[in-house]
Design a protein around this ligand. Structure first.
Ligand code: GAL
Length: 477
């Protein structure tokens, strides 16, 4: 592995996290969110219909449980109640308020998520929470839930026993990063889009100053957990901890201020990059296609474990111009990386083949594995030499462990069907001298036995998701 990369990854390995007695946040969240498909065009009916469809389409049975409201749910003009200071819901969109919707969603056995912002206004210009963390946390809690978030610092490599409470127990707050007041600017700037694969402070001089006072990269060794961004997110964490509810806390700081270095002590998941966009590669303003995001993930994958997850953004599976193969790759990698799997497509009239991707049993099971908290890692780049930073051809060969064995994810970043070969000697933990059963996670079928190497055709932009089991004695035959 590239020496700079090895140092960077070693420095980034997490050890501590927020641990809840009911298990909320131990595994990546599974749910649906309104933003990618509906943006501000939301109302109570949208969420109730989604909740019902999550049940009817079998997604709830697969484990999807959050129905998350994104931006634009409050009254843009009135903003807050003059006396209570509470954010006022938009009663035209939500005639029964958020509490009324939450009650109905809970009656379906699902959980409701809400959206806020660690600035003066949300990205859409609605009331933000900075300076109002306590009142907003209390309001969100009053609209939702039933047990206390108890932070304990815990070594995340240990599999933690916890008492599973019955019934629905939590809600979700996605906390965004727009409209930061100047007095809260960080001293230094760091945005992941300005990182081009070198040392941490390298190439940080392009782009905007990223809400920083100096507009300069941080000196080597700077502790980002002391940054104002970390403090803004900690304020809301502490406010949530003061409520008698479990709230899944999802930081949406877009990877800025090296959130992966401190997010684990602040929330349950943290966005690692700008907004996702339903395209294979390239970007439009601050919205990015899948390959640039996966490229970043191939350097920053190992800050995920139980109780804390890199969030590679909500799913675009089934949206925009993505081909079926691209949607498959998107889902395979987000699930393999143990990102929260938050569906972002319309469930009304969803194509069967898109639903089959989102409900794929083995891929969701890998994401939710009870005993292995880490996600997949790249072991070979394929098109490029290992460790290459490239937004079109990121790492193609990835592996990870689950209770069921070793899993391999083989991506084809080329624009035509290509034969890909897995050399077992190259896969950490496997050996070219042993015989393995190769299983296709997509179809749930065994593909046969292989020794030394396994070759397969992978369509353009598709991903083969394999499980490899060692054959011992008569097993496998
Ligand atoms: C962005 C965020 C998106 C969406 C949007 C709403 O900052 O990354 O996921 O929440 O704001 O305005």
């Amino acid at each position: 592995m590239h020496p700079v990369l090895a140092t960077l990854l070693a420095a980034a390995a997490p050890a501590l996290g927020l641990v809840n007695p009911d298990g909320t946040g131990r595994l990546p969240a599974l749910g649906w969110n309104s933003w990618n498909e509906y943006a501000c065009d939301i109302n109570e009916t949208v969420f109730l219909r989604v909740g019902q469809l999550m049940i009817d389409l079998g997604l709830k049975d697969r484990g999807y449980e959050y129905v998350n409201i994104d931006d634009c749910w409050s009254n843009k003009e009135l903003r807050r109640d003059n006396i209570t200071q509470q954010i006022i819901p938009d009663y035209e969109k939500f005639p029964n308020g958020i509490k009324g919707l939450a009650d109905k969603i809970h009656d379906m056995g699902l959980k409701l998520g809400i959206y806020g912002d660690a600035g003066t206004s949300t990205c859409g210009g609605y009331a933000g929470s900075i300076g109002y963390e306590d009142v907003d946390a209390a309001t969100f809690a009053a609209w939702g839930v039933d047990c206390k978030l108890m932070p304990r610092h815990q070594d995340k490599t240990v599999v933690v026993e916890f008492e599973q409470l019955t019934g629905w127990a939590g809600t979700d707050l996605k906390y965004d990063n727009c409209n930061v007041p100047e007095e809260w600017y960080d001293l230094w700037k760091y945005a992941p889009e300005l990182w081009f694969g070198g040392g941490q402070a390298e190439s940080q001089d392009n782009g905007d100053p990223g809400s920083s006072v100096t507009g300069e990269p941080a000196p080597a060794g700077y502790d980002w957990s002391t940054s104002n961004t970390a403090k803004r997110y900690d304020l809301m964490r502490d406010a949530l901890l003061g409520q008698n509810r479990t709230i899944q806390y999802s930081l949406c700081a877009w990877g800025h201020s090296h959130v992966e270095q401190w997010g684990n002590d602040t929330g349950h998941s943290w966005r690692m990059w700008g907004d996702i966009y339903p395209e294979w590669d390239g970007h439009y303003q601050w919205s990015w296609g899948l390959m640039p995001i996966l490229n970043h993930a191939s350097f920053f994958y190992n800050t995920t474990n139980f109780w804390g997850h890199n969030d590679w953004d909500m799913l675009e599976v089934g949206n925009g111009n993505l081909t079926l193969e691209e949607s498959r790759s998107h889902f395979a990698f987000w699930s393999g990386l143990k990102s929260p799997l938050i569906i972002g497509t319309k469930l009304d009239g969803i194509d069967d083949e898109i639903l089959d991707i989102l409900a794929n049993k083995e891929l969701v099971e890998f994401n939710q594995d009870p005993a292995y908290g880490e996600g997949i890692k790249p072991y070979k780049w394929g098109i490029n030499p290992d460790g290459t930073w490239n937004q079109t051809h990121p790492a193609e060969f990835w592996c990870g462990e689950s209770v069921k064995g070793t899993h391999l994810y083989v991506l084809n970043t080329l624009n035509a069907t290509t034969r890909k070969t897995v050399d077992f000697d190259e896969v950490p933990g496997l050996s070219g001298r042993k015989t393995y059963k190769v299983h296709d996670m997509w179809t749930g079928r065994d593909l046969g036995m292989a020794k030394g190497k396994y070759s397969m055709k992978v369509k353009a932009h598709d991903t083969a998701a394999l499980r490899i089991e060692e054959c011992r004695g008569r097993r496998c035959h």
